[in-house]
Design a protein around this ligand. Structure first.
Ligand code: SF4
Ligand code: MG
Length: 336
């Protein structure tokens, strides 16, 4: 089928001194070439662990991984590290929130961008250096030619972030995983970076997984949205569907905290109370039930005892019936 990246029933568990952490608990999603999937959730929802697992960067020793992650038809789970390393940087690349995890203090910025390009494309050092300068220029670093000779510590935080993005994009990856890539950047630079990702995508048909807690960013970049909570997907659909007519109370809460988005979305305004659950001992039933306003609505104990399933395709993992949701919307939304 059309999926370039296909994740099926992924389970990631860490063994800690206190017990087993179910960081990802039965997650499935597909991303086609040329498409962007936005994964949304609070920190601790499992979105970053998912991304590291796809890239093969989790700590293998205390980690148990089950399920399937296939990239262009090749299974990544259990793939030898040497082979994975070849894929990273060539076929798949990543942008992290913290540029210092990607940049080495010991080499110039230009060299760090040029080196993977030289390796993967088999070009001369000079050609690779020119490409590095071009990339620095593309991500909006002024005086790129000169700045390529600087070390990361000579860059500001925002410039380091952009240098890391240049490094991730230099080999035109088929799959790009971006984890909160623009959070630290000001709005103008943020827009510039998002444009750059779109260019990459239209030129090379890259598949992009964009991980963020910010639905506002997702609205601008993603074709599809997956909302994660407590290591599980709780809602999925096209960006348009999810933002126009969100179906999960957690998504309603996320949207409520974003006045700019929620002002033109029909969504009950209800900030989310409390904190995400511990993944050491997640609540039984619906993992969102300790924070959900609608447990009574469902009646009985379903929310506290039965884990709601996420339907295939468009939908939400919630026991509320379509009729109950309709009533909630009618009650909560003032007519316009
Ligand atoms: Fe809320 Fe129950 Fe739906 Fe979970 S299943 S989101 S607790 S209404
Ligand atoms: Mg994170």
């Amino acid at each position: 089928d059309g999926a370039f990246l296909s994740v099926q029933d992924l389970r990631v568990q860490f063994t800690t001194e206190d017990g087993v952490v179910k960081a990802v608990d039965g997650l499935s999603f597909d991303v086609a070439r040329g498409k962007t999937l936005g994964i949304v959730g609070e920190s601790g929802s499992g979105k970053s662990v998912t991304n590291l697992t796809v890239l093969g960067l989790h700590n293998q020793m205390y980690t148990n991984i089950e399920g399937s992650i296939s990239l262009d038809g090749e299974e990544l789970i259990g793939m030898p590290e040497r082979k994975l390393e070849k894929l990273r940087g060539n076929k798949m690349a990543m942008i992290f929130q913290d540029p210092l995890t990607a940049l080495s203090p010991f080499y110039t910025v230009g060299r760090q961008i040029a080196e993977p390009y030289r390796k993967h494309m088999g070009v001369s050092k000079r050609e690779a250096h020119l490409r590095a300068v071009e990339m620095l220029d593309k991500v909006g670093i002024p005086n790129a030619k000169m700045r390529a000779e600087d070390y990361p510590h000579q860059f500001s935080g925002g410039m380091r972030q952009r240098a890391m993005i240049a490094m991730a994009l230099v080999c035109n990856p088929d799959l790009l995983i971006a984890d909160e890539p623009t959070t630290a950047l000001d709005v103008t630079v943020q827009a510039q970076i998002l444009d750059l990702l779109r260019d990459l995508q239209s030129e090379f048909g890259s598949a992009i997984v964009f991980i963020t807690h910010d639905l506002g960013v997702i609205a601008n970049v993603a074709d599809d949205i997956l909302v994660m909570y407590a290591g599980r997907a709780v809602e999925r659909g096209s960006t348009r569907e999810v933002l126009r007519r969100p179906e999960h109370p957690y998504t309603w809460g996320l949207l409520s905290s974003m006045p700019r988005l929620s002002s033109d979305v029909d969504v009950p305004l209800m900030p989310i109370k409390g904190t995400p659950p511990s993944l050491l001992s997640p609540p039984p039933g619906c993992p969102f039930h300790p924070r959900c306003t609608f447990v009574q609505e469902v009646g009985g104990a379903a929310c506290r005892t039965d884990r709601p399933a996420l339907p295939e395709g468009r939908g939400a993992a919630c026991h509320l019936s379509a009729g109950q949701k309709q009533d909630i919307f009618i009650e909560q939304i003032k007519p316009r």
